[in-house]
Write a protein that binds this ligand. Structure first.
Ligand code: ZN
Length: 177
């Protein structure tokens, strides 16, 4: 029998918590282990490939990821992650976000990054990557500082996308009512 993990509600833009700075956390806190398990379950259900704690209203520097490459589950929990090196070379890729459902835009970021973080035992780790992993790491770490992928696109495109999102969320709310 598997234990049912309680899912967390995902916040949508313009919730102000998505624009706030998250605080560092103690990795060995049991609460962090519980929260990351719930965040992973919430991310899989959505479905998504990354989720940062502020997206579920927890203002903590905690990120979960699973790129699910080759259809093999590979959950990762990153506590207090920070980008410690990035290439001058840039790469563009289409991004979306569970906090801006249904919205996508091409975002340009450093092509390769190195990230330092702690695991749930507090051990210091590093991960380095390019492609989808680099984009996902940067996108999720941005969330810990209140930065969204739309901040990396032109103001014109950003406003269009945010207006479209507001309209779609309003429609959804009306359908529910
Ligand atoms: Zn996001």
């Amino acid at each position: 029998m598997t234990l049912q993990t309680e899912l967390l509600p995902i916040l949508f833009v313009p919730d102000p918590r998505l624009r706030a700075k998250a605080r560092p956390v103690a990795p060995d806190d049991q609460r962090i282990a519980d929260l990351s398990a719930r965040m992973l379950a919430t991310m899989y259900k959505a479905p998504g490939i990354g989720l940062a704690a502020p997206q579920v209203g927890e203002m903590l520097r905690l990120v979960v990821l699973d790129l699910h490459e080759n259809d093999v589950p590979a959950p990762m929990v990153l506590v207090n992650p920070q980008v410690i090196a990035s290439t001058d070379e840039l790469a563009a890729r289409e991004e979306g976000c569970l906090s801006l459902p249904g919205q996508f835009a091409e975002v340009t970021r450093p092509a390769r990054v190195k990230v330092r973080y702690q695991d749930l035992t507090g051990a210091r780790k590093e991960i380095e990557g390019d492609g989808l992993l680099a984009a996902c790491l940067q996108h999720e770490i941005d969330h810990l500082d209140g930065v969204l992928f739309v901040d990396h696109i032109s103001p014109l495109k950003r406003n269009m996308l945010l207006r479209k999102l507001a309209k779609e969320l309003k429609l959804k709310a009306q359908e529910k009512a």
